[in-house]
Design a protein around this ligand. Structure first.
Ligand SMILES: *Cc1c(COP(=O)(O)O)cnc(C)c1O
Ligand SMILES: [Zn+2]
Length: 498
């Protein structure tokens, strides 16, 4: 729709301009730092940073209904920079001029109500938000759209050249970082550090295809992350992990979209988020809190973080009584939710802060953490896949978390659940084939359930002339082969002859 066709009360607001006063805020010493410098830790105390809009009060001068109406209408505008996560510009990063926004098709991922057979099996009305339907096939694109748009703005305004963007990754961060960096000019190069053998072949192919420099290192993600943190402390690099607070801002868009897709009524909703480095759970809570503060929603949904028992530092922390909580990293064991296989989440201090604020704002406990077994992750993923929903292993983790939350009474059958399928299932097909081959017993401790196993059936009719690639068959051979192959397929299917 063209701007002049919008109703008079929203027309002037469709195209936003920078209006916020964004600064870095240190979680530790609480000092603020100017927004146009590339900081990844507090320059005074080394603390973790978040971006704060010092003028957020201006958003509250408008009623919540104004923002709901504006965001709903803005979806109709065919303006590239507003098609993706920046559709929620005023709440996201109202500092970056629209001309610097990079849009590659991220965001506005579908929210799909699960078919009845799955909802009945789980025992609750449930939705899946398919974040695998982002350009690099994971939610990480939301954060990268913000972080790289910001970087583009900084490069332009400070006339920087030779910027090297780096990240450590369990596979999806590097795919997203390399993709968004490749859309920028020659002043940006990207380099990604991966734990060798701990990302899937599809994930490895992504940054290679996008032209990034790809380094494979020994160990697991946590080891790569330490190397990248060292690089960002001692060398001139732009860090693209979620330690970069601009990424968190971009990922808040998940919360804004979810609110919009459920008509801004979230009071009876429980949102399930698989947790690895804990950037996403931070962003989801941060976005929901902003919506609440600005009256865009009137009740906060429950937010339920899910971890595998093979990588569960956040769960362990919250499973203890409040007075006894001490954060301790864990050594991870193999997990099919490999993208979340992190033992020392960089964003842990953010989670602690956000969760406290979340519960305080809600006036009751609304943030929970549950733990699931590897077996449940695979079984739930496969069951969803057999019900019209191709979710990834991390989505399976979320669905397993939902079942666990129901079991624990954290969620009740009358409520609605939203499971974040954080990546596309096709990135993780190796785990499916290993499950089908019952090859996940070692390390993962997963046994294949025969009713979930599915394997191709070889048809090669004995005695019939078989087709060969590149060689033409005679008409008679072809007819003989077709009849023999059809007979074998019919036999395997138990078909009756007409
Ligand atoms: C990164 C990632 C996660 C974990 O998100 P964090 O922000 O690191 O907690 C979960 N699922 C997928 C598919 C991911 O790529
Ligand atoms: Zn500080």
């Amino acid at each position: 729709m063209k701007i002049e066709q919008f109703p008079d009360d929203v027309k002037d607001y469709i195209l936003p301009a920078p209006s916020g006063e964004l600064s870095y805020r240190c979680l530790k010493c609480e000092r603020v730092h100017p927004p146009l410098k590339l900081y990844y830790a507090c320059p005074d105390c080394g603390g973790l940073l978040l971006i704060e809009d010092m003028k957020e009060a201006r958003l509250r001068e408008k009623p919540g209904a104004f923002w709901r109406r504006l965001f709903d209408f803005r979806r109709l505008a065919n303006i590239q920079s507003l098609r993706g996560v920046f559709a929620f510009y005023e709440f996201l990063a109202p500092l970056i001029p629209l001309e610097d926004v990079i849009y590659l098709g991220e965001g506005h991922t579908p929210l799909i109500q699960a078919p009845a057979k799955l909802a009945e099996a789980v025992g609750i009305r449930l939705f899946v938000k398919h974040d695998g339907q982002n350009p690099s096939a994971s939610f990480k694109d939301r954060g990268m759209a913000a972080a790289l748009s910001y970087l583009k703005y900084v490069i332009r305004s400070r006339k920087l050249t030779n910027v090297l963007a780096v990240c450590a990754s369990t596979g999806d961060t590097s795919a997203a970082a390399a993709l968004y960096a490749s859309a920028l000019g020659p002043e940006v190069k990207s380099a990604v550090l991966l734990p060798k053998g701990k990302v899937t072949p599809a994930q490895l192919s992504q940054p290679l295809g996008a032209g990034a420099l790809v380094f494979e290192l020994p160990g697991v993600f946590d080891d790569c992350m330490k190397v990248v943190e060292h690089l960002s402390e001692h060398y001139d690099v732009a860090l693209l992990n979620s330690k970069n607070p601009w990424r968190v801002l971009g990922q808040e868009s998940y919360a804004y979209e979810l609110a919009q897709q459920l008509d801004y009524e979230l009071g009876d909703v429980a949102v399930f988020v698989p947790v690895g480095n804990a950037g996403n759970i931070t962003a989801v809570m941060s976005g929901l809190l902003k919506l609440k503060r600005c009256d865009v929603i009137d009740r906060l949904p429950k937010v339920i973080a899910v971890q595998s028992s093979h990588a569960d530092p956040v769960y362990r922390y919250y499973s203890r009584p409040e007075s006894e909580r001490v954060y301790q990293p864990v050594t991870v064991r193999p997990s099919v939710a490999q993208a979340a296989m992190i033992g020392d989440p960089v964003s842990f201090p953010r989670v602690a802060k956000m969760a406290a604020e979340y519960d305080a704002t809600a006036g009751e406990r609304r943030f929970f953490v549950v733990e699931v077994e590897e077996q449940a992750i695979m079984d739930n993923m496969l069951q969803a896949n057999r019900s019209g929903l191709t979710i990834c292993t991390q989505g399976g983790e979320g669905l397993a978390g939902l079942r666990e939350a129901l079991r624990l009474g954290l969620v009740e059958t009358g409520e609605r659940a939203v499971v974040d399928s954080t990546a596309h299932a096709l990135k993780f097909t190796g785990f499916q084939s290993d499950y089908f081959a019952d090859a996940l017993r070692d390390g993962f401790e997963i046994k294949a359930k025969p009713q979930l196993v599915n394997r191709p059936i070889d048809i090669s009719p004995a005695g019939a002339p078989l087709p060969e690639a590149g060689r033409a068959q005679s008409a008679a051979d072809r007819a003989a082969y077709v009849a023999a192959a059809a007979k074998d397929v019919a036999l395997a299917l138990g078909l009756n002859k007409r």
